[in-house]
Design a protein around this ligand. Structure first.
Ligand SMILES: CN1CC(C(=O)N[C@@H](CCCCCC(O)(O)c2ccon2)c2nc(-c3ccccc3F)c[nH]2)C1
Ligand SMILES: [Ca+2]
Ligand SMILES: [Zn+2]
Length: 372
């Protein structure tokens, strides 16, 4: 197994931000991941970097000036007034104006922009930013716990050097913000696997394929409850292989949202850590430079376990690490087995009923083939 040059972005402040009581998004998970990577002695195998925080100017290469000007100044006390009673910029309970929200976003976006620059400079084969992957953020407003779309900003950075970027999204939710941003171009192929049907954000049907020059370059793989490892692999591998073969991307961006794992608080799939990580290994083994990003993931202990294991996959050492967790500051989070594993449960895989998985796979493969 060739060893790859891995750059890992982390800001020690990121774990201190909170979306507020009762909110499922926990920035602490990035700190737990970092402590576990430290305990596994993985940091010494990577370039560990702290990115410059993204400036408001950098953010306006995608977002509107008005939205960024708002986000840079909103506080819990001024939110009601500045959002016109929750009707603009931050809508609903999903996207609170929490303390330090703009700093949190500048750390997340700064990491992904730096990760992209690290790849285009040729200094790394793989860049990692577990604080990134906030795929729902829109040009002029927050959505689904995402305020600044670091992924769009990172892909715009990659497009300054590369002709074609493949975006893959294995978060349980549809990567709508990224798909929308690149919907009319053939330079970015977006490919999202997600639960579709009575589930946020509601978009991501297979009928949505792109527009104008972008027609055919938005791939949607809508899935049902209970998706297991075999089902995921049986659709992910052929679709990604065909996408890479036809589109010939210069670089890949992989959003590794961990809410597609079995037992996730907001998710509805039955994928194990091994099944989730196989998606990373499949991209790794293509020997195309890529960026690994975070995303959703609400059962925090399993999110951290999986991102640690996927970091090991990037390093090519996943077969050498001890699955008995090393002592770390958050050790008691991992009881009672204290293992590096996320097991499946007994959910039925409803994707296997009436051949829907086969039809979805065929439609996606046909769509990609038509681009040739
Ligand atoms: C008005 N309707 C209610 C809204 C709605 O159902 N929103 C989804 C949002 C789920 C966001 C998922 C984010 C993500 O995992 O995809 C992600 C986050 C970062 O990168 N990716 C949701 N909010 C919650 C939620 C929000 C606040 C408090 C408790 C909750 F359960 C759960 N699921 C719409
Ligand atoms: Ca997805
Ligand atoms: Zn999600």
């Amino acid at each position: 197994m060739p060893r790859r040059r891995v750059s890992y972005y982390y800001d020690p402040d990121v774990g201190a931000y909170s979306y507020g009581l009762g909110h499922p998004m926990k920035p602490l998970r990035m700190r737990i991941t970092h402590e576990l990577l430290t305990a596994y002695d993985m940091l010494e195998k990577m370039d560990v970097l702290r990115a410059e925080r993204a400036t408001p100017e950098a953010m306006t290469s995608f977002h509107t000036d008005e939205y960024i000007h708002f986000l840079a100044r909103v506080t819990p006390d001024t939110a009601e007034e500045l959002t016109y009673n929750g009707t603009r910029f931050l809508v609903g309970d999903d996207n609170p104006a929490f303390e330090g929200v703009f700093e949190f976003c500048s750390i997340s976006a700064g990491g992904t922009i730096a990760a992209a620059k690290r790849i285009t400079s040729g200094a790394a084969d793989i860049s990692i930013n577990w604080a990134g992957g906030l795929h729902h953020a829109k040009k002029r407003e927050a959505s689904g716990f995402c305020y600044i779309n670091d992924i769009v900003l990172g892909i715009l950075e990659l497009l300054r050097t590369y002709p074609r970027v493949l975006y893959i999204d294995i978060d349980c939710h549809h990567g709508d913000g990224v798909e929308e941003a690149f919907y009319t171009t053939d330079r970015v192929m977006t490919c999202s696997f997600h639960k579709f049907g009575e589930y946020f954000p509601g978009t991501g049907t297979q009928e949505d394929r792109g527009k104008g020059k972008g027609t055919g370059y938005a791939i949607n793989v809508p899935l049902k409850d209970g998706l297991n490892d075999d089902s995921l692999r049986s659709i992910y591998e052929p679709v990604i292989a065909r996408a890479v073969d036809v589109f010939q991307p210069s670089v890949i961006v992989l959003q590794c949202g961990a809410d597609s794992l079995a037992g996730d608080k907001l998710g509805c799939f039955n994928v194990t850590m091994q099944g989730h990580a196989h998606c990373v290994r499949f991209v790794r083994d293509m020997n195309i430079p890529f960026i690994l990003l975070g995303g959703g993931g609400y059962t925090v202990k399993n999110t951290s376990r999986t991102w640690v294991y996927e970091t090991a996959c990037a390093l090519g050492i996943e077969n050498d690490i001890d699955l008995n967790l090393p002592w770390n500051e958050f050790f008691d989070w991992f009881g009672p087995r204290y293992r590096l594993e996320v097991a499946e449960n007994n959910m039925e895989d409803t994707n296997l009923k009436d051949g829907s998985l086969d039809r979805v796979r065929e439609a996606a493969l046909q769509q990609i083939s038509e681009l040739q």
